[in-house]
Design a protein around this ligand. Structure first.
Ligand code: NAI
Length: 406
């Protein structure tokens, strides 16, 4: 793998056809001159996009961003056409789709391609490096962004998207590590908002605060669930519903991650830092300082955060306007196998005990119909679907250290 590279990026491949893709296309093409193509493995999505682009001329930004309709050069379901001459691949997908999409594309990518995801979630680096290496690539860069910079919703598929919010700044980390100092300014220009370099991709994984908040609140809200459906008005509030008891769970999850951070910091080279891995309360107060009315406790900070006002727990609608908790929600399907379980795997590499993480993972994965942890080990039958480093040949601290210093 090359250590440093500043290359010209002309051909950009975006993977995905959802809210995020609908926002990236007009944000980039409304201001900059890139050759940009879209890959989706789904024929139905691709043909709808093509016909919409022909009739509507492209995707228009609405809401707090605006601009003329913009369309990419082409949309394809053919991985070899999508990957041909691509300098950079940006996956704007739920994390559970990263692996399959990258396996489609990898045989057709060039050796020095730059591949990343927005958002990365946890453990992206082990999975993507492994897939690219299996295809014989040696000169690639892998990167991840902390989050999608926009809260956005498709208004009309292939024609318009509403942007409801824009993050003030988003972190980016890469392998090789030093490439983030080239990629962060590149993305700052590309996305028209501040993207700052993070120290390393392990920091990005551990700083994924969604792994604490989403499974932690789901666990707290539903661990004593009776099975009785909710009416429309009795669906629990999600963030604003964080009781003292749920806040204790979140704090315990966060404490275990901070212990892991401390251990990693003491073992790894001092140039490897984890400054963006924050306790959950500090993260909440830093992110929403001006929106929180009462910050005296973690529970009161969640309950009085205006940014979260009225957001309800994920539910599935039954007949007769009855609702049950949705245990296939992304709060679990992304934040457990590509979040909390990755942290549990990392902790095992450096002998940090994670009893609360293990408890939350065991309980919510049972609701999801998955089995990740078995009697405190990574022996559950679905562990191979996760991004624990152990799935990608990293079985001890020395192998982790070698991976980070690539
Ligand atoms: P979306 O649900 O709108 O888009 C999903 C797209 O992913 C689909 O159009 C499809 O092309 C693709 N996809 C889904 N399953 C797939 C599979 N198994 N294989 C291949 N492709 C598959 O998602 P959205 O909203 O664009 O979100 C992308 C990521 O950003 C997710 O991780 C989401 O959690 C995150 N995010 C989204 C926010 C938003 O406001 N939309 C805000 C913050 C984060």
């Amino acid at each position: 793998m090359q250590n440093t590279r500043e290359k010209t990026i002309k051909n950009l491949l975006i993977c995905g056809a959802g809210n995020g893709m609908h926002t990236v296309i007009p944000v980039v093409l409304g201001r900059l001159d890139y050759r940009l193509r879209i890959y989706t493995p789904f024929e139905e999505e691709a043909s709808r996009l093509k016909s919409q682009f022909e009739t509507k001329g492209g995707i228009r930004l609405n809401g707090i961003l605006s601009g003329e309709p913009c369309a990419p050069d082409f949309v394809t379901t053919d991985p070899s056409k999508a990957a041909r001459d691509a300098d950079m691949v940006l996956m704007v997908l739920p994390a559970f789709a990263h692996g399959s999409v990258m396996r489609d594309l990898a045989p057709h990518l060039k050796n020095d391609v730059i591949v990343g995801a927005m958002p990365a979630r946890s453990g992206l680096e082990y999975q993507i490096c492994s897939i690219l290496e299996d295809s014989g690539l040696t000169g690639f860069t892998v990167f991840g962004l902390q989050t999608l910079p926009w809260a956005c919703r498709i208004q009309e598929f292939g024609a318009s998207v509403e942007v409801l919010g824009v993050k003030e700044a988003v972190g980016l980390a890469s392998i090789p590590r030093e490439q983030s100092s080239f990629l962060a300014p590149f993305f700052t220009e590309l996305l028209d908002l501040p993207i700052f370099p993070m120290n390393n991709m392990l920091e990005l994984s551990l700083a994924n605060v969604g792994q604490i908040i989403h499974p932690g609140i789901m666990y707290g809200l539903f661990r004593n669930y009776s099975g009785k459906p909710f009416s429309d008005s009795s669906i629990p509030l999600f963030y604003n519903g964080v009781t003292e008891e749920i806040a204790n769970v979140l704090e315990a999850l966060s404490d275990e991650i901070m212990k892991l951070k401390k251990m990693l910091q003491s073992l790894l080279d001092e140039s490897v830092s984890f400054d963006h891995v924050l306790p959950v309360k500090k993260w909440l107060l830093d992110s929403y300082a001006d929106k929180i009315e009462n910050d005296s406790t973690l529970s009161s900070a969640f309950k009085t955060n205006r940014a979260y006002c009225g957001l309800k727990a994920p539910v599935r609608k039954l007949e007769n306007n009855a609702y049950i908790p949705d245990f296939q929600s992304r709060y679990l399907t992304e934040d457990v196998p590509t979040g909390l379980v990755v942290t549990a795997g990392l902790a095992r590499l450096v002998n940090v005990k994670t009893p609360v993480i293990d408890q939350v993972v065991s309980e919510v994965s049972r609701w999801m119909g998955k089995d990740y942890l078995s009697e405190g080990t990574l022996g559950g039958e679905n562990i191979e679907e996760t991004r624990v480093p152990q799935n990608f040949g990293i079985h001890n601290y020395f192998e982790l250290r070698a991976f980070i210093s690539r």
